[in-house]
Ligand binder design. Structure first.
Ligand code: NZQ
Ligand code: ZN
Length: 385
């Protein structure tokens, strides 16, 4: 196993009714709260009113309308409010996009320059306002991690940034908030959780046995509960298991003792940067094509291990077993109702070379499980058409 740092300090309040803790979680940081939220789902399901009621004794300023694939324009707006109103704590209420925007806003509150600098160069992130979240979508793990992904549509850039101080101080994770999710967000969120697991599971390090067994149990959780949540949106057990899987999949636990860069995320971020598609949908489309593309004598045993331990495939021939596992992955996403070709989400071949070049430009694709060149990435994208 590689050396690692694992410092998990987010105070997670998990379960039905935990929102009642909100005032107590916010109070240590001060009275001036910036509440960040998305396009209106929290108004429809009553969470907006509940938060306002619980924070009646605080000065609550608001930044609504944060977009899916959050834009730098929203971050600029939020940072300006923080500076003008002397905000003490940023409260994100929503999915990963809202939480990611809140993180960069919290950093930009103390930054004198243009907020995009903090996205382009994480080294410029200094002091960060405390962040509290109320999660409404099981997908990104942003509620307990240091990452934020922000888009600049003028330059077709969607970049990840990170700071240890972006890790939320506290996150309220109430599975009943997931009941109102549209089926496609439930499915795309699950594909995102599974992709986070794949990115850490398919790595060259083979000695982190414990991390791989954690990963497999989280994958099995997604495979068991996503179809139930799709059929019965208010099934608490299914929502609760998916919500906890999303947090555990990307809070640092699975990468302990492992190393290496990610593959499908850098490729998908270019799809979103150019076409603003749903992150989890892009991942579901690319993942099985990437798996097939890198299947070779060096990787076959790992794919077979995945097939045996996750899909319970009993097949002795390694290549047959690996291919069955990849087919099962693709079929699972299809059965969840995710469009499984790029054309179905409005992407044709015209920008494939451009997106492949940008993947390489912004990411080191040599340190991934299997190193990929610009041509390899273009081939994977063409196979995804
Ligand atoms: O904006 P509102 O009205 O709230 O609607 C949202 C949005 O339209 C809706 N929604 C959220 N919770 C809901 C709900 N609708 C009904 N009921 C609810 N309970 O769902 C839509 C998508 O929301 P969004 O926050 O965009 O989804 P997600 O959580 O999947 O976040 C995606 C973003 O996170 C980034 C992605 O690239 C993308 O920009 N990522 C962040 C990561 C991180 N911070 O660690 C890692 C990921 O790999 C990912 O890159
Ligand atoms: Zn993701």
């Amino acid at each position: 196993m590689n050396n690692f740092r694992y410092h998990a300090y987010t105070d997670i309040r998990f379960g039905k009714g935990q929102v009642e803790c909100l005032a107590g979680l916010v109070a240590p940081y001060g009275k001036n709260v910036l509440m960040v939220y998305g396009g209106g789902s929290i108004r429809k399901n009553g969470l907006y009113d509940k938060v306002k009621e619980l924070l009646a004794d605080f000065n609550v300023y608001e930044l609504g309308g944060v977009e899916p694939n959050p834009k730098i324009t929203s971050v600029r707006e939020g940072a300006a409010i923080c500076k003008k109103e002397k905000i003490d704590v940023v409260l994100a209420v929503g999915g990963g996009s809202t939480i990611d925007a809140a993180k960069v806003i919290a950093g930009a509150a103390y930054y004198d320059g243009e907020p995009w600098d903090l996205v382009a160069d994480p080294g410029k992130i200094g002091k960060v306002l405390p962040i509290v979240t109320i999660l409404t979508l099981a997908a990104t793990g942003s509620e307990m991690n240091k990452n934020a992904v922000i888009s600049n549509m003028e330059t077709n850039e969607k970049l990840g940034t990170a700071s240890h101080d972006f890790i939320p101080q506290a996150s309220i994770c109430d599975p009943t908030y997931l009941f109102t999710l549209p089926a496609m967000q439930t499915a795309a969120g699950t594909a995102d959780i599974m992709s986070h697991i794949f990115e850490q599971y398919f790595q060259a390090t083979t000695s982190a046995y414990i991390s791989d067994r954690f990963a497999e149990s989280l994958l099995k959780t997604c495979i068991k509960y996503c179809p139930i949540a799709l059929k019965e949106p208010d099934n608490y057990e299914a929502r609760a298991n998916l919500m906890w899987a999303s947090t555990q999949a990307l809070n640092g636990l699975l990468s302990c003792g492992k190393g290496g860069g990610w593959t499908c995320h850098p490729i998908e971020h270019e799809l979103s940067a150019y076409y603003d598609i749903t992150h989890g949908v892009g991942l579901a489309i690319v993942t099985p094509r990437w798996m097939r593309y890198i299947l070779n004598d060096k990787t076959v045993d790992k794919f077979c291990e995945y097939g045996r331990n996750v899909w319970e495939i009993e097949e002795n021939d390694a290549y047959t077993c690996a291919n069955m596992a990849i087919d099962a992955t693709e079929q699972f996403f299809k059965d969840c109702g995710i469009p499984m070709t790029l054309r179905e989400v409005g992407i044709d071949e015209s920008k494939i070379d451009l997106m492949a070049a940008d993947t390489i430009k912004y990411n080191d694709m040599n340190g991934t499980y299997v190193a990929l060149s610009k041509e390899d990435i273009a081939n994977i994208l063409r196979a995804s058409l």
